[in-house]
Design a protein around this ligand. Structure first.
Ligand SMILES: [Zn+2]
Length: 212
């Protein structure tokens, strides 16, 4: 929950006060002691490869980033595991039923709309021909070296990490992060300009994983 927009207690309607609590300023209800914690919103994303090693992307039909390409992804419901969320979103957006193979990584990202989101990214096995669901405009597989610009920095990190680990597994040799970035960015970054990698540096990869 993001308490930034609350002025009155959502539990008892008393006016909230800004108080220092556990080293942070938080909105607190002096009547019932409700505390307005601010936490990132959890999402899951699916990375699906076809038999040719191409990556499944969705052209988003809803904000944020409507009309842009991203991995199939969405917000976790209260009664789901991250894996269930990932497979549900995959099916809703592409029509494909999948199976989680492994966790690729966990990423925090700033969001104008939700302040901060936490993306849990899985490699998913799914067969069949994808078709766009109600909240996607199009779905398609792209070779890693010919991908369109990807809407979210977290999804780009996820794809990089996936490609790096995939190459390690299949070639049994190390690959630098730069090479992973190159694979993701070759096609897309030229079109999108160079600002996209900048916001990644600003967010700070270590900070994202350790602190948020
Ligand atoms: Zn209250």
């Amino acid at each position: 929950m993001n308490s930034e927009e609350f002025y009155y207690c959502p539990r008892c309607s008393h006016q909230l006060e800004l108080r220092s609590w556990e080293g942070r300023l938080r909105k607190i209800c002096p009547a019932c002691q409700w505390i307005g914690y601010e936490n990132p919103l959890p999402c899951a994303a699916a990375l699906v490869l076809n038999a040719s090693g191409e990556i499944l992307l969705v052209r988003r039909g809803v904000e944020p980033a409507r009309g842009e390409w991203a991995l199939p992804s969405g917000f976790m419901e209260i009664d789901e595991t991250p894996e269930q969320c990932c497979l549900r979103e995959l099916e809703e957006e592409t029509g494909l039923k999948g199976k989680v193979i492994r966790l690729v990584g966990v990423y925090a990202q700033s969001s104008a709309r939700y302040k901060k989101v936490l993306i849990v990214g899985y490699e998913v096995e799914a067969r069949g021909k994808p078709s766009p669901g109600s909240d996607s405009q199009a779905v398609a597989f792209f070779p890693p070296e010919k991908m369109p610009p990807i809407a979210f920095s977290s999804h780009r990190h996820l794809i990089e990490d996936f490609l790096i680990s995939k190459n390690r597994r299949f070639q049994n040799k190390g690959q630098s992060r730069k090479e992973g970035q190159k694979a993701v960015s070759q096609a897309g970054e030229k079109q999108a300009g160079k600002t996209r990698w900048k916001d990644r540096r600003e967010e700070g990869r270590k900070g994202e994983r350790k602190n948020e």
